[in-house]
Design a protein around this ligand. Structure first.
Ligand code: HEC
Ligand code: HEC
Ligand code: HEC
Ligand code: HEC
Ligand code: HEC
Ligand code: HEC
Ligand code: HEC
Ligand code: HEC
Ligand code: HEC
Length: 380
């Protein structure tokens, strides 16, 4: 039986796999095995023999050291002819050498990530496979192999808390909930071009997804003066890795970090804060009244629809507020507030109508019975 397998494997020209059964097991789970890429593509040697000396000859390269790995992978992955049939891009090498990793590698640094650190060696899987090292869910852990290593990062003056901070962010929370639009590491640093975005790029990186927010931020006075001051655009108010869910309180907490309480700028912050809060309160009152009516029960479908509309305008005011223009925020808030107030007025009117009915109805019935009683009395 075992002999049969040997013969089979040799006829299949897979002599290496007979002796290296552990590697074979790993390798057979990966994407390259499926495409019948042979061990010798990366290692050289002769597959058609079970003689170790002969096998480890014919241009046998042994273990490619870190310095050689990129050449090994890009022999195929930088070749348009080899990659085109699979619809795979062939720009990984070019991108890699533009990255902070690639640049350091060129200068002789052996600690930075090379292809196999991120993809694995023998069991390489496409990133949409849940078991892949480069799967969205695994990325923070994978990058964290080095970026959470305090001693390694200290040497480069880089923070080793990036993964920890990211894991606490709203972005990570959304990824865990399965939101496909929320970024992990490569969503902001790009896949092979791991470069930290600098001043002038951050708003573009964040704005790729937060399109409207960026549009209004670019209208703000900040976007004009911050570049010259080396302030970090979106990051200045939201951080880069530990991005939290926002609230209107940010107008009080953030602006005070740079503007005096007495300044004109802080007054503007307070004004915008007040606009948001009063509008939110009007919507809350409208909701409370609607809820009271619903319990009576009175049909409130129309009110619920209009409250949703009011909320939409309020939510739209949030990206708009990045222009830090009171007038612009007001124009959205005004729509929201007037709908909420209208709902309140109508709800109060309906409630009064119902209450007056409740008082009048017994009187009405009383009068009817009284008249009937009178008629009966006089008939007698
Ligand atoms: C007859 C069994 C046998 C065959 C066939 C065989 N190997 Fe090996 N190989 C070994 C053994 C045993 C070692 C560990 C001893 C050593 O380092 O020389 C080894 C070591 C290696 C190493 C590590 C070398 C190093 O520098 O430590 C690589 C890589 C390797 N083999 C690849 C291959 C490839 C590729 C093939 C097919 C072309 C192949 N082997 C065929 C038995 C075999
Ligand atoms: C896509 C390229 C590629 C292919 C295909 C490949 N290897 Fe490797 N292999 C590597 C690289 C790169 C390393 C070095 C890993 C490292 O530096 O840790 C390596 C390491 C090894 C080693 C030594 C370390 C270890 O993991 O035991 C052996 C033995 C080995 N390969 C055998 C094989 C055999 C047998 C096959 C075919 C089943 C194979 N390789 C297919 C790239 C490849
Ligand atoms: C002999 C050519 C060859 C070599 C050498 C090679 N690859 Fe591949 N690789 C391929 C082919 C062909 C595919 C396409 C498989 C498919 O899409 O079905 C592939 C697929 C991949 C994928 C999955 C792409 C995807 O998302 O579908 C990754 C990742 C990958 N290779 C990384 C590497 C790394 C890392 C190395 C070096 C250790 C390497 N490859 C060496 C030919 C090669
Ligand atoms: C710092 C980690 C890292 C390094 C280094 C790296 N990759 Fe990738 N690679 C990824 C991630 C993550 C993906 C998944 C794509 C995504 O999520 O956008 C990927 C995707 C791929 C793909 C699938 C097609 C594509 O471009 O999206 C191939 C092929 C690939 N890498 C090959 C390579 C090769 C070859 C090297 C070495 C020159 C390399 N990678 C170096 C992290 C890395
Ligand atoms: C094998 C270890 C290793 C892995 C894995 C790794 N990195 Fe790195 N990375 C480094 C080292 C070391 C540096 C420092 C290079 C230097 O500054 O010379 C670095 C630098 C960086 C930088 C530049 C930081 C700066 O301010 O200079 C970014 C951004 C980065 N890596 C992102 C990533 C991402 C994203 C991943 C995962 C997709 C990743 N890295 C995976 C080792 C790694
Ligand atoms: C929402 C976007 C975003 C995500 C997600 C993100 N980063 Fe960053 N990262 C940035 C920005 C922006 C900077 C630039 C910081 C600066 O210049 O102050 C940065 C800087 C870095 C640096 C350099 C830190 C230093 O101290 O110089 C590293 C390393 C890094 N990121 C790695 C990662 C890793 C690993 C992940 C995944 C766990 C990740 N980043 C996720 C936006 C992001
Ligand atoms: C790949 C797309 C993407 C990138 C890049 C991105 N984000 Fe996000 N962001 C999302 C998604 C998706 C959510 C969660 C859904 C939502 O609330 O919009 C989110 C949520 C947020 C929130 C919380 C919103 C709330 O409702 O309170 C803030 C603040 C935020 N991101 C800021 C940033 C900053 C700052 C950057 C750049 C450093 C950035 N984002 C980069 C997609 C992205
Ligand atoms: C990281 C520091 C920083 C933060 C945080 C910050 N600002 Fe500013 N802001 C500046 C600088 C610097 C200027 C330009 C110099 C100046 O006018 O004080 C400026 C200018 C302004 C101006 C324009 C003043 C004018 O003369 O026209 C307004 C309005 C403003 N900020 C409002 C805000 C609000 C509202 C917030 C909170 C959401 C905020 N700022 C947060 C640094 C900051
Ligand atoms: C000067 C401080 C400041 C800067 C700079 C800033 N934001 Fe905001 N951001 C805020 C405040 C304050 C809120 C809360 C608004 C509210 O709900 O009242 C907010 C809310 C948000 C939200 C949730 C609401 C929405 O807009 O969808 C996102 C997402 C967001 N910011 C992303 C960004 C992005 C992306 C950038 C850069 C283009 C940026 N922010 C720049 C202060 C800032």
């Amino acid at each position: 039986m075992i002999g049969m397998i040997f013969i089979y494997l040799i006829f299949e020209a897979r002599g290496c796999m007979v002796c290296h059964s552990e590697v074979r097991k790993e390798y057979s789970e990966g994407v390259h095995y499926k495409e019948r890429i042979e061990c010798i593509s990366c290692h050289g040697g002769n597959e058609n023999t079970l003689d170790i000396k002969k096998a480890h000859a014919d241009g046998f390269k042994g273990i490619p050291g870190r310095r050689k790995v990129i050449k090994v992978c890009t022999y195929c992955h930088s070749s348009p002819e080899k990659m085109k049939p699979y619809g795979l891009s062939f720009d990984q090498e070019i991108l890699y050498y533009t990255s902070e990793h690639g640049e350091a590698f060129k200068k002789g640094n052996d600690e930075v990530a090379v292809c196999t650190d991120c993809h694995g060696v023998h069991r390489i899987l496409p990133h949409n496979d849940p078991l892949s090292l480069t799967n969205k869910m695994s990325l923070p852990l994978m990058c964290g192999k080095c970026h959470s290593d305090f001693n390694m990062m200290k040497k480069y003056g880089i923070s080793s808390d990036v993964v920890l901070e990211y894991n606490l962010s709203i972005h990570a929370e959304e990824v865990r909930k399965g939101n496909p639009h929320s970024p992990t590491c490569v969503g902001c640093h790009s896949t092979h071009g791991a470069v930290p975005p600098g001043i002038g790029d951050i708003e573009k990186v964040c704005g790729k997804c937060h399109i409207r927010t960026r549009e209004y931020f670019l209208r703000s006075y900040h976007s004009k003066v911050w570049k010259e001051l080396d302030y970090l655009e979106c990051e200045g108010c939201h951080s880069n890795h530990y991005v939290e869910k926002t609230s209107h309180d940010l107008w009080k907490q953030k602006c005070i970090e740079c503007h005096e309480r007495e300044s004109k700028s802080y007054k503007i912050a307070e004004e915008i804060y007040t606009l948001f809060i009063t509008c939110e309160n009007e919507i809350l009152r409208a909701e409370k009244l609607t809820e009271e009516l619903r319990k009576i029960p009175v049909d409130v479908e129309d009110f619920i629809g209009r409250i949703e509309e009011a909320k939409t305008y309020l939510i739209e005011a949030e990206p708009v507020s990045h222009s830090i223009s009171v007038e612009e925020v007001k124009s959205f808030i005004a729509k929201s507030k007037s709908i909420a107030e209208e709902v309140q007025r109508e709800a109060i009117r309906k409630k009064k109508l119902f209450e007056s009915k409740r008082i009048l109805l017994p009187i009405f019935w009383f009068l009817i019975f009284f008249t009937i009683a009178l008629i009966i009395y006089y008939r007698r």
